[in-house]
Design a protein. Structure first.
Lengths: 279, 685
């Protein structure tokens, strides 16, 4: 079974416990205005072109294909969308097995939305679990219930994005309503899963949702942590390189904004933490 | 009567005729003891300052120069001139027998000479040695009394009284023990002229003088001790070690280990560095403390695998009880108890061996023949690789021959009375450690430099010529001869896109393992000219700049004259997959074959080690690397923004330190080129 990924990042410390390797699956059902992985939005392979790195050698003869990207001397062309076999991917990820074991780390399936390639994601998670490697699933929640049900047995923790409670706000920010997302969260909670909520805080876009998120999550079981993430616009050059419209909000979310959101969530008795300082 | 440095040097230089070096050098040392100028720096608590540092070193360098023409006579100069290999004396990288120094004190070291003299009966040559050594110690006592008087004259009564006491008995208190370390350091370093490269395992050495109820007092002393060590301004920093195990495998970490680590973290030293000797039973707390200090910018801590070091020393013939009590005699290289390592004797330029393989033995830059012609028309990559390993063996032999030619004459070059007096084997045999070669292990060392540059170049040749058929071998050689002129896209394609050592690619990393095996086979355990053996190491320190300058363009995309790869790690910027992949590649090397050190420099961006998870991950990474057979790790935790700001305005960051190669430097003192390299590294980290 094969899947499409946009990249792998090893020795990641920001995606959960210990030393983790993150796999970025390609393709996402949402269109979050602030998306910082634009190369993972499309379900098709893409070549990004970073104009400022091009030395004009013409080896690519003006083409942008997987082959020309691989042979671009200055990495001005980058190919996103490698097709991988589940077993081969797991062998690659298992190279860091000993590092995972000693740090309490593992693999994080992320994206994009990893569960949009449901069968593949479940197979990768199953194979990882078989090798005794911890699996975290980073999801936006806008996925089929059936896939969630199937991946639950192989998942040690869900990293679950909540961007807004108000459906209109959610639609404006992500292009989709959030009914399914909130229902799926309730499902995972009921199933007794370990869920860490990620709340990307974007000033003037979803900062008004903080209280509603607090109220919604209050009393929900299985929520081990709520991490408030500070919005940044580092991905701008990648939107341009991919020929995509840059939708990044031109706002600044300050560390004070994040601290304030953490405080509000904590006032609901929730285990909120600051994504900037971690601890 | 005290003399200025020029006058002292003038006297010493009269004795360079090399006929009876032991007598001459011991007399020189006595003269220096009696005539050096003593000053008492206001901030010093333990000892005085003298003006004779480096004098005996000038003498032995002059004597060495008398033997260097032998290289020409033996046809080694094309290789040495071309930067293919080098081999010379090394009277530094020593470790005193610190257990003797501390347990006996300066007084006891002298008394022990007398005891050996009594046992030696009428053996004339031995008795001559004991008499000479006794005279040196009489000089030392006169010097210490003079030092005590000078200290008293400026009101330093604690220093003066203790110095006088130490001429009569062994140290009893922590202050006296610390003073003994510094006094001994000065005697060996400044008078003998044999650079002392560690003050030993301080937690173990100072343990008999410590009790928990004296914690606060000991901390204050330790801070003063570290500050005074720092002011000694040893070349390439003054190391000490913490941790390790005893012969039964018990962990040696004690309360003092933590106290010393914490004092080091509090102190503002720039010239002291240390090694944490990590075993499976080393408490996590100590290693975490060291890593946390590294995160704070104390980049001068190296972590070594106790088990791997011991294994590597036993492999070259050290008795297990000597191997377990090893010392790190410099940046990363280890020596067993009783061993003279000469860790920086010789070096081999591994990428140069590949250059010579392609040119049929002729240096591309000087045009001189360095190794015999063996043909350079290779039908297969395997043929090319076989020829490369033959050439590499030639260079190893050249390096050892160059070393032998000098070391065979140690008896005409240098003698070192204080250093000698600490080694039981030297007293037993009745002769000087260098002039009479009386160490238990009289070893020599060869370092292989530029391993990753060579591996990446081999992989590039295999791909370009033998797999893809992009170029013929002669076309590639022409490109290298002309330093990539007109071929910049190809150069960048290779540099940025080709497989490289450091990314956990087994088919690439295997070359590193094999090259080390080849060098080990040629070097390790081979007899040297002193009755000892050769040891292999893989550290480059700053030689990678000098050797790089003499190496033509290489097939990995490196330009002519650019530095070759650093220490045992990946080429600059070539490790694209992160630290775990980098470490996995290192594990392709059997580091039990590298007692002289295999070190990886891990550059980590400060954001990747932040928070408790960052520290936990650093620890797990180190632990895993050691479990998988790694030898040692050194970290640079770099913050791009801070480095850029410090380059723009050095005065705003006067204390920012980075680890240059085997030692720390102030960032402000680096050249712009070096600063830029660190900034680029911080972005990759």
């Amino acid at each position: 079974m094969t899947g499409l990924i946009s990249g792998i990042k090893r020795m990641e410390i920001h995606d959960g416990d210990g030393c983790r390797t993150t796999v970025f699956f390609k393709g996402c059902p949402l269109r979050c205005l602030w998306c910082h992985n634009p190369e993972s939005i499309s379900f098709a392979p893409q070549v990004a072109f970073f104009r400022e790195k091009c030395m004009g050698c013409s080896l690519c003869v003006g083409q942008r294909t997987e082959k020309t990207a691989e042979n671009c001397p200055t990495c001005a062309q980058i190919f996103y969308g490698r097709t991988v076999e589940a077993e081969a991917l797991v062998s690659e990820l298992a190279q860091d097995e000993d590092y995972f074991r000693n740090s309490g780390g593992g693999v994080t399936l992320s994206g994009g939305e990893c569960l949009m390639q449901g069968d593949f994601a479940v197979e990768v998670a199953r194979l990882l679990k078989e090798r005794g490697i911890s699996v975290f699933v980073d999801t936006c929640g806008y996925v089929k219930r059936e896939i969630l049900e199937r991946i639950v047995p192989y998942t040690d923790r869900f990293l679950y994005d909540i961007k807004a409670i108000d459906p209109a706000v959610h639609r404006r920010c992500t292009g989709r309503e959030n009914g399914l997302i909130l229902e799926n969260l309730a499902f995972l909670s009921e199933r007794g899963c370990d869920v860490e909520i990620r709340y990307p805080l974007v000033k003037d876009y979803n900062d008004g949702e903080c209280d509603k998120i607090g109220a919604f999550l209050q009393g929900m079981k299985g929520i081990s942590k709520i991490k408030v993430l500070q919005y940044h616009s580092f991905a701008a050059s990648r939107y341009e390189a991919l020929g995509m419209e840059n939708t990044l909000p031109r706002v600044v979310t300050t560390p004070q904004d994040v601290a304030q959101a953490v405080e509000i969530l904590q006032s609901y008795g929730l285990p909120a933490v600051n994504g900037i300082s971690e601890d | 009567m005290s003399l200025n440095r020029e006058q002292l040097l003038e006297y010493a230089k009269k004795q360079v005729n090399t006929e009876d070096v032991r007598r001459e050098d011991y007399e020189n040392v006595i003269y220096l003891l009696d005539h050096c100028q003593i000053t008492v720096p206001a901030e010093n608590r333990f000892f005085v300052d003298v003006n004779c540092n480096g004098i005996q070193r000038e003498i032995y360098r002059e004597r060495c120069a008398l033997f260097q023409p032998l290289w020409e006579e033996h046809g080694l100069m094309p290789g040495i001139r071309g930067g293919a290999f080098a081999g010379d004396h090394d009277f530094g990288h020593t470790c005193a027998h610190w257990e003797s120094v501390l347990s006996l004190g300066i007084f006891g070291l002298w008394k022990r000479v007398g005891e050996y003299a009594k046992q030696a009966g009428d053996h004339a040559r031995k008795q001559e040695f004991y008499t000479q050594l006794d005279a040196v110690y009489q000089g030392a006592f006169r010097f210490l009394k003079r030092a005590a008087d000078s200290a008293r004259a400026v009101g330093k009564h604690e220093m003066a009284e203790s110095l006088e006491y130490l001429t009569t008995d062994a140290p009893r208190t922590m202050y006296e023990a610390m003073q003994t370390v510094i006094v001994y350091y000065v005697l060996q370093q400044m008078f003998d002229g044999s650079p002392l490269r560690t003050v030993g395992r301080l937690d173990k050495l100072f343990a008999p003088y410590y009790s928990s109820d004296r914690r606060a007092e000991t901390e204050a002393l330790m801070l003063d001790f570290l500050a005074e060590l720092d002011r000694l301004k040893a070349d390439a920093n003054m190391p000490f070690a913490l941790g390790g195990t005893d012969a039964q495998g018990n962990c040696l970490v004690n309360e003092l280990s933590y106290l010393i680590l914490n004092c080091y973290r509090k102190s503002n030293t720039t010239n002291v560095k240390f090694h944490i000797l990590c075993s499976r039973n080393t408490p996590e707390e100590l290693v975490l403390g060291g890593l946390d200090a590294v995160r704070e910018g104390k980049n001068s801590i190296v972590f070594l695998s106790d088990e791997k070091v011991i294994e590597s020393l036993v492999k070259i013939g050290a008795a297990p009880e000597d191997a377990v009590n090893y010392h790190v005699v410099g940046c990363y290289e280890c020596g067993a108890e009783g061993e003279i390592t000469c860790s920086c004797n010789a070096k081999v330029n591994i990428p140069k061996a590949l250059e010579l393989t392609l040119t049929d033995g002729v240096d591309l830059l000087t045009g001189e023949r360095i190794v015999p012609a063996r043909g350079a028309d290779f039908a297969s990559f395997e043929d090319l690789y076989a020829s490369f390993t033959d050439t590499l063996r030639d260079l190893c032999r050249g390096a050892m021959k160059a070393t032998d030619l000098i070391e065979a004459n140690y008896h005409r070059i240098h003698a070192s009375p204080f250093f000698t007096s600490t080694y039981p084997s030297a007293l037993e045999k009745g002769g000087d450690l260098y002039a009479d070669q009386t160490a238990k292990y009289n070893n020599s060392s060869v370092n292989g430099i530029g391993l990753a540059t060579a591996v990446d170049s081999l992989v590039a040749i295999r791909k370009l010529v033998y797999e893809d058929g992009t170029l013929t071998l002669s076309e590639l050689l022409e490109i290298l001869k002309t330093d990539w002129a007109g071929k910049e896209p190809l150069r960048l394609l290779i540099q940025n896109r080709f497989p490289k050592f450091g990314n956990a690619k087994p088919d690439v990393d295997a070359f590193a393992g094999d090259i080390v095996d080849v060098m080990h086979g040629e070097i390790s355990g081979k007899p040297n000219a002193k009755g000892g053996v050769y040891r292999l190491g893989l550290f480059s320190i700053n030689w990678r700049w000098a050797f790089g300058a003499k190496t033509a363009a290489s097939a990995d995309g490196r330009r002519k004259g650019d530095p070759i790869s650093q220490n045992t790690g990946a080429s600059f910027g070539a490790h694209r997959e992160g630290a775990t992949a980098h470490l996995t590649s290192l594990c392709a090397i059997d580091s039990s074959k590298t007692p002289n050190g295999a070190i990886v420099d891990l550059d980590l961006h400060s954001s990747s080690v932040k928070g408790s998870n960052g520290l936990k991950t650093m620890y797990a990474t180190l632990k895993t690397f050691f479990e998988k057979g790694g030898f040692s790790v050194h970290y640079n935790v770099l913050n791009t923004e801070v480095l850029k700001a410090a380059k723009a305005d050095p005065s705003a960051y006067p204390n920012l330190q980075v680890r240059l190669c085997g030692w720390n430097v102030l960032f402000a003192n680096l050249s712009d080129r070096e600063k830029d390299e660190f900034i680029a590294r911080s972005m990759k980290g």
